[in-house]
Ligand binder design. Structure first.
Ligand SMILES: [Zn+2]
Length: 219
């Protein structure tokens, strides 16, 4: 009896629909989120910078990423990272003996301070809990603020991001023997991740590809 009463008080609210729940996201919203999952997450795993995406940036997943970033619910990011990892593991796109270094796309320090966290880093954390891949959240540093990308043309986007990243201290003075996988929340044109990969590759670091939770392309 007491336990039941306590459990009512201990229930939190689902950050997406405000229903009472014991979980980070209620089971109803989890089901809706899972319906955003792509049927072929591996279809872009090709070319110079292969991409693996978990879901379509639409509906519930779009709402969840907004709640993660702007309403400050990092637990959503961790859950999405776990799902990304489970799907990733079911495809075996890289040699199983390789344990790549996970580097999240960084935010500028000022932005991270305002938000309280970097959403890509939170997603990467959830991802690494499952895969046991090593995580280096400071492998890349964003040294300058960039303008919001959505209003820019492709050329402006490239100019906007060029030189925005630099190698983190921990990677600067060591020769990294393991390859890298980049992690981002949303993959749009790929301008950001391409620039991040370029910085790493300039240091002869092998970049296997990009893992993203979502992409707005209709797939
Ligand atoms: Zn809910």
């Amino acid at each position: 009896m007491l336990k039941n009463i306590l459990s009512i008080f201990l229930q939190g609210k689902c950050p997406l629909c405000e229903r009472a729940t014991h979980e980070d996201i209620c089971s109803y919203c989890q089901k809706q989120l899972k319906s955003c999952q792509l049927k072929k997450p591996q279809q872009f795993w090709q070319g110079d910078l292969p991409l693996f995406v978990w879901g379509a940036y639409d509906g519930k997943l779009k709402q969840a990423i907004a709640a993660l970033k702007y309403d400050k619910h990092p637990q959503i990011g961790e859950l999405l990272g776990v799902w990304l990892a489970k799907t990733w593991e079911s495809y075996s796109l890289i040699n199983r003996k390789i344990s790549p270094l996970i580097i999240p796309i960084p935010l500028h320090e000022a932005k991270k301070k305002t938000r309280g966290f970097n959403q890509s880093e939170i997603i990467a954390k959830g991802f690494c809990q499952v895969t046991k891949y090593p995580l280096n959240s400071r492998g890349l540093i964003r040294k300058r603020q960039t303008k919001a990308m959505f209003s820019l043309t492709a050329k402006e986007k490239q100019k906007n991001i060029q030189g925005a990243f630099q190698l983190g201290k921990s990677l600067k003075n060591s020769s990294l023997s393991r390859p890298v996988l980049l992690v981002d929340d949303i993959y749009t044109t790929g301008t950001t991740v391409k620039e991040a990969a370029r910085i790493l590759r300039n240091q002869r670091i092998k970049v296997l590809g990009v893992l993203a939770v979502s992409t707005p392309r209709h797939l």
